[in-house]
Design a protein around this ligand. Structure first.
Ligand SMILES: Nc1ncnc2c1ncn2[C@@H]1O[C@H](COP(=O)(O)OP(=O)(O)OP(=O)(O)O)[C@@H](O)[C@H]1O
Ligand SMILES: [Mg+2]
Length: 266
């Protein structure tokens, strides 16, 4: 498979701190890829470089065959790379629906209908008229996902989509990602929740101190000695339940209830 997204030899330093020391990450079209590593290992910095929020000191970024290195965030977004933030960036005083309309402001006409469809998809339709600031942490992450989807991105970068989110909502978010992926969206996901990552991703890249220390399928990463030592710790070794089939609860019994959970979750 061809790489839809490729960050090649990315270097980035902040003053004396080397955040990225020559990182190469490839995401194959149609896959869900993971990016893991300890706090401060450079994950968000890599997202910032890919999406134009930071300029790399060296290295290049490609979307398909097109180089997008140093393109502005708006250009990267329009080119097909959507991105959510570790700390969500929603407009707290606008309503949930208004947030969606802001995202679609360049696509008049379809705006309202598409916004409604996507709010339904992420499970926030009942909150459409409420200020976004009234949403729970997990719901804000879902709103941001909906916001990004307005642009019909080919690739979506998610920075800790499950971080600080209640378990029911985490399951809902994983389910939405699976459904989008089944419909062709490619993902690169940064997340500390290993069950979430191992269950969703077919390939995982491990960063440590701004360098790639391992990359491969979840089974390989799970048993990589350097990864265990550097990052994962003992919990995965002791937990045989985190198998490659992942945590994906079957849809059965969920249905609308699951959507309700999303809407009610805190
Ligand atoms: N704007 C900045 N100015 C100065 N240093 C920065 C900046 N952004 C990141 N860094 C530094 O770069 C390194 C990588 O940070 P980054 O946020 O990319 O890590 P991370 O892997 O996303 O961590 P976490 O898991 O905690 O989110 C850290 O040492 C961080 O302090
Ligand atoms: Mg980060």
């Amino acid at each position: 498979m061809t790489a839809l997204l490729r960050a090649d030899g990315i270097r980035k330093a902040y003053g004396g701190v080397q955040a990225l020391g020559g990182v190469t990450v490839e995401v194959a079209e149609g896959t869900v890829a993971g990016l893991i590593g300890p706090n401060g290992s450079g994950k968000t910095t890599l997202f910032n470089v890919i999406t134009g929020y930071e300029r790399p000191d060296a290295g290049r970024v490609f979307l398909g065959g097109t180089e997008i290195t140093n393109a502005r965030p708006g250009t990267v977004f329009a080119a097909g790379i959507g991105r959510t933030f570790q700390l969500t960036r929603i407009f707290a005083r606008l309503t949930v629906e208004e947030n969606m309309l802001v995202a679609g402001r360049r696509k008049r006409g379809h705006d309202r209908r598409r916004a409604r469809e996507l709010l339904e998809f992420v499970g926030l339709e009942r909150h459409a008229g409420l200020p976004a600031g009234s949403l729970s942490y997990g719901q804000r992450k879902l709103l941001e996902l909906g916001y990004v989807l307005v642009a019909d991105p080919a690739v979506v970068l998610l920075d800790e989509p499950a971080g600080g989110v209640n378990p029911t909502l985490v399951t809902h978010i994983a389910d939405r990602i699976r459904q989008l992926n089944a419909n062709g969206t490619t993902f690169l996901i940064v997340e500390h929740n290993m069950e979430f990552v191992m269950g969703l991703c077919s390939t995982i890249t491990v960063l440590a101190s701004g360098e790639v220390t391992a990359s491969g399928p979840p089974d390989v990463i799970r048993s990589d000695r350097r990864v265990l030592d550097a990052y994962l710790g003992a919990d995965l070794e002791e937990d045989p339940d985190t198998d490659a089939d992942g945590p994906g609860a079957p849809d059965g019994g969920g249905g609308d209830g699951e959507t309700g959970d999303a809407a009610d979750g805190s």
